[in-house]
Design a binder for this molecule. Structure first.
Ligand code: HEM
Ligand SMILES: CC(C)=CCC/C(C)=C/CC/C(C)=C/COP(=O)(O)OP(=O)(O)O
Length: 469
């Protein structure tokens, strides 16, 4: 690839990413109730109410002006891409935004003047189609000229300096402090590590968001404590079973070969007893909330420990996609903990987590590709290569963003949620664009952390928005 081509592709992908995020902003704002209410106060087109002290009029004006500015960015992206040397399919798919953007303006005008629900739905769907067209063109342009080998500057993950992997290297026996207290501390730390504590904050936020969506400002503190307590214990139990079942493979992988069972710091029988104890305590807490929450808690533990760990992870390249169901269940548990039944917003939140999981984990799968190959796991980069994996990260990230807009449409979440998904979604997308450009381990970790920041911010915004705003 010549320097000119590289510069041209940078320009094209930057513009396509900006256009996609601009369209996403319009989709999310359109999906929130704020705009639905604004439409009622602003029902003429193209101009409406002059009373700018009415926030609803301001929102309607903001949406129309944003549509104009984003339209210019989309047009610039289309023209620049068509004039570039990108692939035919990337150019062809841009016909979708080219045709639909003017249609979308017409639909918006009709939706504003008639307030028909089906028109608003069609407007939202057409916005999503424009977004998908831009993202496809972005992904197909990003992968041009990228082969499956990491650049020479990229250190081998197995020989590189230790990175922030969430693992604490164990001390060598000779350097370990002795004495009963130090020994008790070491054993306590080993059992604590079995519980996979680093996953807990985000999974607890997932359950908290489920509860906040269901209860709004009247969220009961007793339910919160019991659901989160049950959740922490359930994650601890399934994490422990996962350590037991993977101990042999863990020994083969550099990232995991210092784990407590792999290094015999904790025996298998003791670990199993610990896991059963945690699971029983977790189910007891969930049962004190309601039976359905306990049933879902049991499903989550069994799904992660048995279905994911034993069946999916070692046998199918779709392990991450299907495994996302384990992480999605806490959203439903939170919702069910409050309502006692399964409901659409809880399912929509679970859907967001499910779609986010591959966009989250494939970054680590890239960074640890050789390690996973050594362990014998058919992770996507091992089986289908790095280029396909990077492409799938873009797909799942786009699907997550669309899922988040569906969540906005089926709930009454407002501006804080909309701002969080757009701002952190843009940040996440930018790190993924850089991952394609740099193709290094550092870039993969950056995108991994951005995935956690995106979901953390989104969930935090849901909790605040649903409870306080
Ligand atoms: C198939 C599903 C998933 C896989 C394979 C996966 C895999 C991983 C791996 C290998 C790590 C590295 C840290 C470690 O070794 O402990 C990690 C970290 C993490 N994951 Fe996931 N994950 C999945 C789903 C989820 C879900 C659903 C959540 C929460 C909603 C989540 C949240 C986190 C967090 C918070 C970290 C720690 C980040 C840090 O502080 O370093 N993961 N994940
Ligand atoms: C309420 C409840 C029980 C929820 C369970 C949800 C849960 C623990 C999701 C974790 C997702 C996951 C598979 C993480 C680690 O992957 P991995 O085990 O493949 O990572 P590893 O390679 O580090 O072992």
């Amino acid at each position: 690839m010549t320097a000119n081509t590289a510069t041209e592709r940078r320009r094209v992908t930057t513009l396509l990413a900006a256009a996609a995020i601009g369209v996403y902003l319009l989709i999310v704002v359109g999906a929130t109730t704020a705009l639905t209410e604004a439409t009622q106060a602003c029902s003429t087109w193209p101009l409406c109410g002059t009373d700018l002290s009415d926030p609803r009029v301001l929102i309607a004006w903001g949406h129309r002006l944003a549509a104009l500015v984003v339209g210019v960015v989309v047009l610039a992206a289309l023209v620049t891409t068509w004039r570039s040397s990108t692939s035919r399919r990337a150019k062809a798919v841009l016909l979708v935004p080219f045709v639909l953007y003017p249609v979308q303006i017409g639909l918006g005008a009709l939706a504003a003047t008639t307030s028909a629900d089906w028109l608003s739905t069609l407007h939202l769907l057409s916005g999503m189609a424009i977004f998908v067209g831009l993202v496809l063109a972005l992904a197909w342009t990003l992968e041009l000229g990228t082969d499956d080998t990491a650049p020479v500057t990229d250190p081998d993950p197995l020989t590189a300096e230790p990175t922030d992997t969430g693992e604490t290297p164990s001390l060598q026996p000779s350097s370990r402090p002795s004495g009963p207290l130090a020994r008790a501390k070491r054993i306590g730390a080993a059992y604590f590590r079995l519980m996979k504590p680093r996953l807990m904050w985000l999974l607890c936020l997932v359950a908290a968001a489920g509860m906040a969506l269901a209860a709004g400002p009247s969220l009961d503190a007793g339910i919160v404590v019991r659901v989160l307590g049950g959740g922490v214990l359930a994650i601890g139990a399934s994490g422990t079973f996962n350590h037991v079942l993977e101990r042999k493979k863990d020994r083969k992988m550099q990232r995991t070969n210092d784990r407590p069972i792999a290094t015999d710091q904790v025996g298998v029988t003791n670990a199993l007893a610990f896991g059963v104890l945690l699971a029983a305590a977790s189910l007891a807490l969930f049962l004190s909330v309601n039976l359905l929450a306990a049933a879902l808690g049991l499903c989550a533990i069994l799904f992660y420990s048995v279905i994911y760990t034993l069946v999916l992870k070692p046998n199918t390249v779709q392990n991450t996609v299907l495994g996302g169901a384990a992480g999605a269940l806490p959203a439903l548990i939170g919702w069910v903990g409050v309502t006692g039944t399964i409901g659409v917003p809880g399912l929509a939140l679970a859907g967001v987590i499910f779609l986010w999981t591959p966009a989250h984990f494939y970054n680590l799968a890239l960074a640890y590709k050789d390690d996973y190959a050594r362990g014998g796991f058919p992770m996507l980069p091992v089986v289908r290569g790095e280029r396909v994996t990077r492409r799938h990260i873009v797909w799942y990230l786009a699907a997550t963003l669309l899922g988040a807009s569906v969540l906005a449409a089926v709930t009454s979440l407002g501006w804080l949620y909309a701002g969080a998904t757009v701002a952190f979604g843009a940040l996440f997308l930018w790190t993924v664009v850089r991952l394609h450009r740099e193709r290094s381990e550092q870039a993969a970790f950056r995108a991994f952390h951005a995935s956690n920041a995106y979901l953390g911010a989104l969930l935090f915004a849901i909790v605040i928005d649903a409870i306080l705003l």
